[in-house]
Design a binder for this molecule. Structure first.
Ligand code: SF4
Ligand code: SF4
Length: 260
């Protein structure tokens, strides 16, 4: 989920799905373009995507990032994008594309669940809550757009079982917006604070060690019930990671975590 500046909104405006609106689309195995959308992609992975995929594959977060992701720091950005690394074959297929379709279907990333809808966050002001906007932008080759089945964003999200991904991606989008203004004070995301933020959001296995095996709990107060959940549940731990980054960057108070 990207943060969209207002000029980009104007450019994408004609594709926007208005509140209460929808789109016509159907994808099915018999369609002529089946799986064509699973190759040569700039597929953004958000923290919850990594969590679901690494558990699906039986890897640690670190192993998953090492094997399957490229970290790309774009000019004027202060936090790397995490992109799924395509396979080294002539078509640059997604590494999870198998003979019968997506091999990780139940744990596929948010972008795959949303496709051909794209979501973005628009911030009206520094303290205003962001607004989610949605665009229907299938590529020209995607013949699903010729079909007649009508979806609202809600029915499409439910059909794709995307609610948990959308919820976590939106939270990530809100947190990531805080990185727009160089929170590392000119030292870059590879400086200690930037590395800690990456660890807390993209490496829940390392963050779990940090929470439970360092002086973290002597310094921060976390409700017992959430701590108990975070010991065994990666999503609860990731939620704690998101809140901790907000607190340690000094940007926002949190109901979940505060300094002792
Ligand atoms: S290109 Fe469109 S219709 Fe074709 S398989 Fe992908 S999502 Fe479905
Ligand atoms: S994760 Fe699955 S749905 Fe997404 S691009 Fe790869 S094969 Fe396609």
């Amino acid at each position: 989920m990207k943060t969209l500046p207002l000029d980009q909104m104007a450019r994408l405006g004609k594709h926007q799905i208005p509140p209460g609106g929808g789109f016509r689309f159907r994808c099915h195995p018999g369609i002529s373009c089946f799986n064509r959308c699973c190759r040569n992609l700039n597929l953004f992975l958000y923290p919850y995507d990594v969590l679901r995929l690494k558990n699906r594959l039986g890897l640690t977060s670190g192993e998953f990032i090492e094997r399957h992701a490229d970290l790309v720091l774009r000019p004027s950005q202060h936090f790397p994008d995490v992109l799924l690394r395509m396979a080294h074959n002539p078509e640059h297929t997604c590494p999870f594309l198998g003979a019968a379709g997506c091999d990780v279907y139940a744990d596929r990333p948010d972008a795959c669940r949303s496709f051909p809808v794209e979501y973005g966050l628009v911030f009206a002001g520094p303290h205003a809550p962001p607004r989610t906007v949605a665009f229907f932008r299938p590529p020209e080759f995607c013949r699903g757009q010729d079909e007649d089945q009508f979806w609202t964003l809600e029915t499409w999200g439910a059909d794709q079982q995307a609610q948990a991904h959308h919820r976590m991606t939106r939270r990530w989008g809100e947190l990531r917006a805080l990185f727009q203004e160089d929170p590392w004070e000119g030292r870059g995301p590879d400086a200690p604070k930037g590395k800690m933020a990456f660890m807390a959001t993209y490496n829940v296995d390392a963050f779990r060690e940090f929470v439970f095996q360092s002086s973290f709990l002597a310094r921060y107060r976390v409700p017992e019930a959430h701590l108990a959940a975070a010991r065994g549940d990666d999503q609860a731990l990731l939620e704690l990671g998101f809140e901790w980054v907000k607190v340690f960057l000094g940007h926002r108070p949190s109901d979940l975590i505060r300094l002792r």
